[in-house]
Ligand binder design. Sequence first.
Ligand SMILES: [Mn+2]
Length: 261
Amino acid sequence: MIYFLSDAHLGSLAIEKPWPHQKKLISLLEEMSKDAASIYMLGDMFDFWMEYFMHDSKKKLFHPFCKEIRKLTSKGIHVHIFTGNHDLWTFGGLAELTGAQIHYAPCTITRYGKTLYLAHGDGLLPSNWETLYPKEIRKKIKGFMRLREIFKNPFLQFCFRCLPPSWGNKFGYTWAKNSRLKELAKPCPYKGEDKEELVLFAKDQEQQGNHRDYYIFGHRHIELDLQIASGSRVVILGDCFKLWTYAKLDNKGHLTLCNYE
Ligand SMILES: [Mn+2]
């Protein structure tokens, strides 16, 4: 079995009981480990993850989760961690701690006879997005893309890593909390097949001849399983703090969305 999960947002200041949250995530992994060949974590497992040059005492909060991953990788389960837009600042530390393989970009894999496109999902747009969306939304997208460039800029990353962790964390966790609270106050539900960026992105890929059987994304904190062409589906995973959803691919190539209670 291959499992997919995303968006646990561990450490979020907007999650009232952090330890029960982390514990539930660990038991989900334990459950998966019974028959998992691989586990793919598709981004934003942490609400904020930054590897500083100085020792960061806050990291020990996540040691139970990281130790659990280490347990799985030691058992021979392949664990893949994709960076999201909240936890992209890993420079080898997380891999060392967990034994997981870190992915900084989307990737296409073939398993059990199916091709799968895997990504967190932030920044993915159909190629015609500039003509597709009205001005308002285009402005929003451009703002988000600029922010992404700042986040990914190696010089700025270097500067941030030089900060004392307590300063950087204060900034990072507060920023992430605000975005979480904004989302809780005003959730952004599924926008529909003709507007949801990730669905349009996948359809565009199909039209361009890059066929995949499954497109699996996180990021949106909604659950979606949608057929977009014959033999092609888009699955958006939901999350692991509110919906507690994940997906599994069995050895016959069937993909199912599941709920963890
Ligand atoms: Mn995200």
